[in-house]
Write a protein that binds this ligand. Structure first.
Ligand code: UDP
Ligand code: MG
Length: 347
């Protein structure tokens, strides 16, 4: 712990030494990209540090990828990673932090909902010793009340049933030290619920509150179906409570069934039975059938997860990485311009 702090003290004295990576996952964000780049560059260039922008194109179909390639060819501070198709934000982020080389890494959404102007504050918190700087939304402008309420309930539930505390109202907008990123890169699971993984690694965390802006352009890639999927992913990746719950439900239902059966036997013995019972049989069958189906579905969900993990498929595939290298740091001589192009098979 003392070594990084010493480095940071040194950083403070000569800020140029600080190497910051800003990772941006991009999926069909073409309209907002110029403004995003302008705001990011304005903030970063005012800071007097070394920085790189790691733009991860997550298989966009609106020309975002081509635009980012074009930018990377023009500027040595931009590194564009194109994934081979749309893998989803979690995979894009994973690719970005694996490829980022900074001592501090900031993750930020492309749609300007996370203001780049907060980057200096995040850096300061990092220099003050935080390994992770979590950005907590004070407000969620441009989001419906229904989304707000369901998000709140989801975090309450998730934190109640899982072992790690996943902070509410924090998104992926955060700074991570090299140590935190190295820890993240150790987590090789395929089902990546990033917020859960971020929380799982622990390390000293500072929380900064901010006001979340509405999207600058375009529309959210999430719909309710996608969000429910993410919520379910979060719960099943970080807790086996639902499995236990099914067992409890099963035991309770079975007990109730036994009591009900005993009662029917007693009743028949005492009062006789003029063949009725049709409604109760149907009711019991439906309830039990329902409980069984739910349990099988849940077990299936976990078995499916194991299956996906067992296949050991990479989280993402990279189509190419475009980076103009014009750094004296690398060659010690004249600026070299090259396009790095490669394919890798593992996360
Ligand atoms: N994103 C991505 N891949 C996807 C969906 C989204 O890389 O499959 C990126 C998107 O470009 C944006 C960020 O993830 O930079 C957040 O997406 P969005 O704004 O749609 O989510 P929200 O802010 O509504 O949670
Ligand atoms: Mg957004």
């Amino acid at each position: 712990m003392s070594a990084p702090s010493n480095n940071r003290q040194a950083d403070l004295q000569s800020p140029r030494q600080t190497h910051l990576s800003v990772v941006v996952p991009v999926y069909n964000e073409r309209p907002v990209l110029p403004l995003l780049l302008e705001r990011l560059q304005r903030v970063l260039s005012s800071l007097d540090i070394n920085y790189e922008l790691v733009m991860v194109d997550d298989g966009s179909r609106d020309g975002s990828g081509e635009y980012l390639v074009h930018l990377a060819l023009a500027s040595s501070t931009i590194k564009t990673i194109r994934l081979s198709r749309n893998f989803g934000k979690e995979a894009a982020l994973t690719a970005g932090i694996v490829e980022a080389s900074g001592d501090a890494i900031i993750i930020i959404d492309a749609d300007l909902q996370d203001p780049p102007e907060l980057i200096p504050d995040m850096l300061q918190a990092w220099r003050d010793g935080a390994e992770v700087v979590c950005m907590k939304r004070r407000t969620r402008a441009g989001e419906t009340t229904a989304k707000r309420i369901s998000a709140h309930l989801f975090y309450r539930l998730l934190n109640r049933i899982s072992a790690v505390d996943i902070p509410e109202d924090t998104g992926d907008f955060r700074l991570m030290s090299r140590q935190a990123v190295d820890a993240m890169n150790l987590l090789t699971e395929r089902n990546r619920y990033m917020k859960g993984l971020f929380a799982w690694i622990g390390l000293p965390t500072t929380i900064i509150e901010y006001d979340r802006a509405p999207r600058a352009a375009g529309s959210s890639k999430w719909n309710y179906f996608g969000l429910s999927k993410l919520a379910f992913e979060g719960i099943t990746s970080f807790s086996v409570a639902p499995l236990r719950l099914t067992m409890v439900a099963g035991v309770l239902t079975a007990l109730a069934g036994i009591l009900f059966g005993l009662w029917i036997v007693a009743k028949t013995l005492m009062l006789g039975e003029p063949v009725q019972g049709y409604p109760s049989i149907i009711a019991l069958m439906t309830i039990l059938g329902g409980v069984q189906l739910i349990s099988i579905g849940l077990v299936g969900e976990y078995v499916g997860k194991t299956y996906l993990e067992a296949k050991q498929r990479p989280v993402y595939l990279i189509r190419d990485i475009i980076q103009k290298q014009a750094s004296a740091r690398q060659s010690g001589q004249d600026a070299i311009t090259s396009i790095k192009k490669r394919k890798i098979n593992a996360a």
